[in-house]
Design a protein around this ligand. Structure first.
Ligand code: HAM
Length: 420
């Protein structure tokens, strides 16, 4: 095959028709389950102001410093959204969603953009579904967020997951912890990996995330953040754990779990799958009680998660889970001759009005080729029409799965195919 002249950008993929069926199935499932959790969908633009993302996520985070796609047009700076928590909070503030009363229980599904090095489970355009509860400091909200996340994987059939849980407290306790961590690492600074040495001054918590072998002994012996939590944070964390136990949602406490954005406070969690390889995080989230105020709203507590849809699909593949069903069409009208073709095209809307999916040949092919095409299209039935059938008003309905044929009027065909 000739090399195509134009291709997608690195780390960006086309989702082709066979794959789209799986996506639609998954999106429908998420929407149906979101309804059960009393969530409302929110849709925000693909592009946001650079300043929002920098302010929201933090200047020194990997995403902001290395991974955002940004450009300017005239006076305005744009970024392709790398995530949706900051944009949803922007929308909450901009549209005064607090005035709707109560806490806002929102969900979303859509594409995100991060200029990362592509590998299995890591793309530059990828998709997330997620939930954000804005306006509640109650641990019930944390647990509902986690429960919705786990619920979706269960519904899909992915149960072999580990929920990692931590509390990173409030900014004051985190500052104290940062100092303690730096004091612990400093004597061995020279032995740390190059990346960790770079993170030491500005972003020491990220060292805990390091996968580099030489860092591991120092991470394993590091002080834990949970020992630096204030009374309120500790009480909140304990309640979250208590409710998770009540719901029989198993979790593993991981005192070294830190997340990639600066907006987190208190609860932090990740859902890990052993079926994913190096990029093993299916989903992640936590509380961000200071973000609404940080970007110009009233102090408003919030909590949420986001999940990678491609990673969910990879896990399904590894586990042999099929998402959705194969494409099929109820009726393929096979016609012989001009009259029949004219009749056929007029019956398509009749069949569709009755709730059936219906199609016919678009390429003026022979009857044999039409039958072959009906098979390729995975038709359940073919309705075969020639001049004799037109004269008699009776048509051959062929059940393609059973290879059985009956002769019926159009009304009888419809009756047979639309029981009830
Ligand atoms: P995050 O951990 O950056 O959190 O992303 C959530 C999930 O998105 C990851 O666990 C992963 O499955 C998927 N993901 C991230 N980057 C990529 C990529 N390059 N390719 C494929 N999948 C990827 C957030 O985005 C936060 N906004 C979550 C949150 C919501 N926190 C509070 N509310």
């Amino acid at each position: 095959m000739a090399q195509p002249k134009y291709t997608t950008h690195l780390g960006m993929v086309d989702i082709l028709p066979d794959e789209v069926r799986k996506w639609q199935y998954l999106e429908n499932l998420i929407r149906e389950e979101a309804e059960k959790f009393n969530l409302e969908e929110i849709r925000t633009p693909i592009m946001e102001q650079t300043e929002l993302i920098v302010r929201g996520l933090g200047q020194l985070t990997d995403i902001v410093s290395k991974e955002i796609f940004s450009f300017s047009r005239g006076e305005d700076n744009y970024v392709l959204r790398p995530e949706l928590t900051a944009p949803v909070v922007r929308s909450y503030v901009e549209n005064h969603l607090d005035q709707r009363g109560g806490s806002q229980k929102l969900y979303y599904i859509g594409p995100m953009f991060r200029a990362e090095r592509p590998q299995k489970g890591r793309q530059r355009q990828f998709h997330q579904f997620g939930m954000e509860v804005i306006g509640s400091s109650d641990p019930v909200a944390d647990v509902e967020v986690i429960a919705f996340m786990i619920h979706i994987y269960k519904k899909v059939g992915i149960t072999n997951t580990t929920l990692k849980l931590n509390s990173i407290g409030d900014p004051e306790s985190r500052e104290k912890y940062k100092e303690a961590l730096k004091a612990h690492l400093k004597p061995n600074f020279d032995k740390l990996s190059e990346v960790s040495q770079k993170r030491f001054e500005n972003n020491p918590l990220r060292i805990l995330d390091s996968k580099e072998e030489e860092d591991q002994p120092f991470i394993e012996s590091a002080p834990v953040i949970t020992e630096y939590l204030g009374e309120d944070s500790l009480a909140h964390y304990n309640k979250v754990k208590e409710y998770l136990n009540d719901l029989e949602i198993p979790f593993e406490e991981d005192p070294y779990l830190v997340r990639g954005m600066d907006y987190y406070t208190q609860t932090a969690f990740e859902l890990i799958s052993p079926d994913l390889g190096a990029q093993d995080a299916l989903a992640g989230g936590g509380r961000y009680d200071l973000l609404v105020e940080e970007i110009g709203g009233q102090p408003t507590p919030a909590v949420g998660f986001a999940a990678g849809m491609e990673r969910l699909m990879i896990a399904c593949e590894e586990l042999g889970i099929t998402l959705g069903t194969e494409k099929e069409v109820d009726v393929y009208v096979v016609t012989l001759g001009d009259e029949a073709r004219k009749w056929g095209i007029k019956q398509l809307p009749v069949l569709r009005d009755k709730g059936l999916s219906a199609t016919m040949d678009y390429m003026g092919r022979s009857m044999k080729a039409q039958m072959k095409d009906a098979n390729r299209e995975n038709a359940r039935y073919t309705l075969i029409v020639g001049s004799n059938e037109l004269q008699e008003g009776k048509f051959t309905l062929r059940n393609m799965r059973e290879s059985e044929e009956v002769s019926l009027t159009l009304e009888e065909v419809i009756q047979k195919l639309t029981p009830g």
